[in-house]
Ligand binder design. Structure first.
Ligand SMILES: [Zn+2]
Length: 575
């Protein structure tokens, strides 16, 4: 019986292997993917396989739609919504070409899907694979010879900036690109348990073809962090090793050699997997080594995707359980961390497969340059620092109130699944307001925005007017990690830091000195407390007494004339 069935199966396997190799050969011609060919390929398999479907899900800055390709063992009806399709499944969501010059994932996904539609029996039951064939479409359309100076092929490389020249892998909170809004809408409806973002590395040289960033585990709820650290991540490393693509944690060194040790990469919410992990999703970033051949990079990314599917299927019930427990943990927590720094007290030793290196005299200038000796591989111990510790945490209020005027924030919150209810009437409410001082903006634009690096703040209990249509956001029925990471101003990628509220740092009303001189006198006369404050200020700032503006400004800013809105965070809190 065995021999009866081996033959057609073997033929099928050989055929599919041939197709894969042929496709791999095509991509390893070092030409790089072409947008129109890529979409035609997915459209074709969508047309010809009942368990595959290519969808247009929202738009992108390029004007072209964002495509999403779905595959599962069971047939897919085109009338099924993403919410319906994901029911009772484990969803693996894969994003390719966020940096389209790093196209190995675009090609690997294509080869993988070609294999899987030809071998539907190899798709595990109860798993939905969702792939964005290319995310930064504008960047892929800008494809030209060598946009990545250090990278070994392909010949035509997409450009990092999107159609708006944004780096989409910094855009997941500020959402300046339409691509980001489309991604978030897909993510919200698909609710994937697992996420992969495919990249090509920058930085050091070493023997490994594939390096991996697993989402920084200290940011996760403990049940999910434990599953990642103890089981899922080791299983991925073992599986890749068995496929002759031994991996190492992403070599997070730039301009240096890894020999002195290195730390895990902290992907804050502005990054794809930093964003997805706010919703109890296990995110991974593949970073294939830029100096290996393109065909090796594609093959290693393909091996990772195949390994990932296998291990996701094996750990399916454990992953689903850990996410459930993580959601419960999140609700039970009084404090939520919002900022982290490397924990240099914890390290483990990697047997690092690197190269000998030396510093030699540059022929271009008066300096020594680093040169790796790639013909001299060596294995040496390297300290790896996998942990980050929370350096700041907050107590979430029961409610936030967000004035409707800040509609750019409203739409972003809503697109990430935050539910809000409108205030029914104009109301005066006692709230906690946050006031800022000593704010420091970055001296240069970053991704088109003036990021706020630092500030001090204090909270004040005050009565404030809110209006019908302002938004009440409950923290008990919403994604709390996400709210803490965006609405708490100190959080590293908060909307405040990204400039959505920067208008509050500009005072709107001032005084004319010659008029206010008399008013100031009256104020001091009628308000003994202010007079006392002024006397103290004078004692400490005698040199300022020569400056009429400074004198009057002190009195103005301590008087009822000074606007309460200046440097006040528009988002209020109710305990
Ligand atoms: Zn990248």
């Amino acid at each position: 019986m065995k021999t009866q069935f081996t033959s057609p199966l073997l033929l099928l396997t050989l055929f599919s292997l041939f197709t894969s190799l042929q496709l791999l050969a095509q991509s390893s011609e070092d030409k790089g993917p072409v947008y129109s060919d890529l979409i035609s390929f997915y459209q074709e398999i969508s047309n010809t396989h009942s368990n595959a479907l290519l969808l247009e899900e929202g738009t992108t800055d390029s004007g072209k739609p964002l495509h999403l390709f779905l595959l599962q063992k069971e047939p897919i009806q085109s009338s099924q919504s993403l919410e319906q399709l994901r029911k009772n499944k484990l969803v693996i969501f894969i994003n390719n070409g966020i940096h389209p010059g790093e196209s190995c994932g675009i090609d690997a996904s294509r080869i993988w899907m070609d294999d899987l539609v030809a071998n539907p029996k190899s798709i595990p039951e109860g798993i939905l694979i969702a792939i964005i064939p290319v995310y930064n479409i504008g960047g892929l359309l800008q494809q030209r010879i060598q946009t990545r100076a250090n990278q070994n092929g392909p010949e035509f490389q997409g450009f990092r900036g999107n159609a708006q020249n944004l780096d989409l892998n910094r855009d997941f909170i500020k959402s300046d690109a339409k691509n980001t809004a489309s991604f978030q809408s897909i993510f919200r409806r698909l609710e994937p348990e697992l996420f992969i973002d495919t990249h090509t590395s920058n930085g050091a040289d070493y023997q490994y073809v594939m390096t991996l960033i697993s989402t920084q585990h200290n940011k996760l709820a403990p049940p999910l962090a434990k599953l990642l650290n103890d089981k899922f991540e080791p299983a991925l490393y073992a599986e890749m090793k068995s496929r002759n693509f031994e991996m190492i944690p992403y070599v997070n060194v730039h301009g240096e050699v890894p020999n002195e040790g290195y730390s895990a990469f902290l992907e804050t919410p502005r990054y794809a997997s930093g964003y997805t992990s706010l919703f109890h999703n296990l995110g991974f970033i593949t970073e294939a080594h830029m100096l290996k051949s393109y065909s090796e990079r594609v093959a290693s990314t393909l091996a990772f995707l195949e390994s990932f599917l296998k291990k996701a299927s094996e750990f399916k019930s454990q992953i689903i359980l850990a996410i459930e427990e993580s959601r419960e943990w999140e609700i039970s927590q009084k404090y939520l961390p919002i900022r982290w720094e490397i924990d240099s007290s914890i390290s483990r030793t990697l047997d690092f497969k690197g190269y000998e290196y030396k510093y030699i005299q540059s022929e271009l200038g008066q300096y020594k340059r680093l040169k790796y000796l790639s013909d001299k591989p060596e294995t040496f111990p390297v300290s790896f620092y996998p942990d980050y510790k929370a350096i700041d945490s907050i107590i979430l209020p029961s409610y936030y109130i967000l004035p409707a005027a800040f509609h750019e924030v409203v739409s972003r919150l809503r697109n990430s699944g935050v539910e809000m209810s409108p205030l029914k009437n104009d109301s005066t409410i006692e709230v906690i307001s946050t006031y800022f001082r000593e704010e420091q903006f970055s001296p240069q634009l970053y991704e088109g925005r003036l990021y706020i690096k630092d500030f001090k703040s204090e909270e004040r209990l005050q009565e404030r007017k809110f209006y019908r249509g302002d938004w009440i956001i409950s923290t008990s029925s919403n994604p709390r990690f996400f709210l803490a990471s965006t609405l708490e101003p100190q959080a590293i990628d908060s909307y405040l830091r990204w400039g959505f509220f920067s208008i509050i740092f500009q005072q709107k009303e001032y005084f004319s000195s010659y008029v206010f001189e008399d008013t100031a006198m009256e104020l001091l006369e009628n308000q003994p407390e202010l007079k006392l404050q002024f006397e103290e200020w004078k004692a400490e700032n005698s040199e300022a007494l020569n400056n009429p503006y400074l004198v009057l400004d002190f009195i103005y800013k301590h008087s009822p004339y000074y606007e309460l809105e200046h440097k006040r965070y528009p988002v209020a809190k109710i305990k």
